[in-house]
Design a binder for this molecule. Structure first.
Ligand code: C5P
Ligand code: MG
Length: 213
């Protein structure tokens, strides 16, 4: 009797543990595009670390605004205390339990901060890694800038820096997760709907079901 009650309590609590998919890839690999498709089809809440930082930069009275802008222009990574706390707050505010954490963890500091603050409170399902050549990514970001993205880092100078950060700081994080068998590598050089077909395979393999709509 007690055993059964404890088991159902434990299964209830398990369902409450937020599930997370990290989404990584070079700037312009299509992380945001795919995340909106996933979020529509699988009901995950899309949390883009970059978007949250840009929002915080705009927030009147933010003590981090200037520092964030500096980092973004220079393609550098904001200290994890700021980013992790924005992610945590957004998770709580959503009241949901399944999250796509897009553009995070981007370096060792991000990874260590998450491990310290969030790893025990969440379950990492897998890491989606969108693979795309530097040339194609650059073309996409410059196109996005020319089309009026309004981003202060969609220019060639910032892009070169963002790429260096990606190669030097983010790739080792992807390798870290690869060793744990958690990376689902996706070819992101094809059209968005074709990329999404591959993404769906990763979600279906993990036993995640589509929403009924
Ligand atoms: O992912 P996105 O391209 O929107 O990120 C834009 C910029 O935001 C990055 O180049 C970086 O300066 C900042 N960022 C960060 N830490 C993250 C994600 C983004 O500092 N985890
Ligand atoms: Mg993005």
């Amino acid at each position: 009797m007690l055993y059964r009650a404890l088991r159902s309590l434990s299964s209830y609590l398990n369902k409450m543990v937020p599930e997370v998919v990290f989404v990584l890839g070079a700037p312009g690999a299509g992380k945001g595009t795919q995340c909106s498709l996933i979020s529509k089809e699988y009901g995950f809440v899309h949390l883009s670390a970059g978007d949250l930082l840009r929002e915080e930069r705009q927030r009147p009275g933010s003590e981090y605004g200037e520092m964030i802008e500096q980092c973004i222009r220079n393609g550098e990574i904001v200290p994890v205390e700021v980013t992790c706390s924005l992610l945590h707050k957004a998770m709580q505010k959503s009241g949901q339990t399944r999250f796509l954490v897009d553009g995070f963890p981007r370096n060792k500091d991000n990874l260590e901060g998450w491990t310290r603050e969030m790893a025990d409170k969440t379950k990492l399902l897998f890491v989606l890694f969108f693979e795309c050549s530097k040339d194609l990514c650059t073309e996409r970001c410059l196109g996005r800038g020319a089309a009026g993205s309004g981003r202060s880092d969609d220019n060639l100078e910032s892009l070169m820096k963002r790429f260096n950060t990606y190669l030097n700081d983010t790739m080792p994080i992807i390798e870290h997760y690869e060793k744990q068998g958690l990376v689902r590598k996706i070819n992101a050089e094809v059209a968005p709907d074709q990329v999404f077909e591959e993404v769906k395979k990763a979600f279906n393999q993990c036993g995640l079901e589509k929403l009924n709509n």
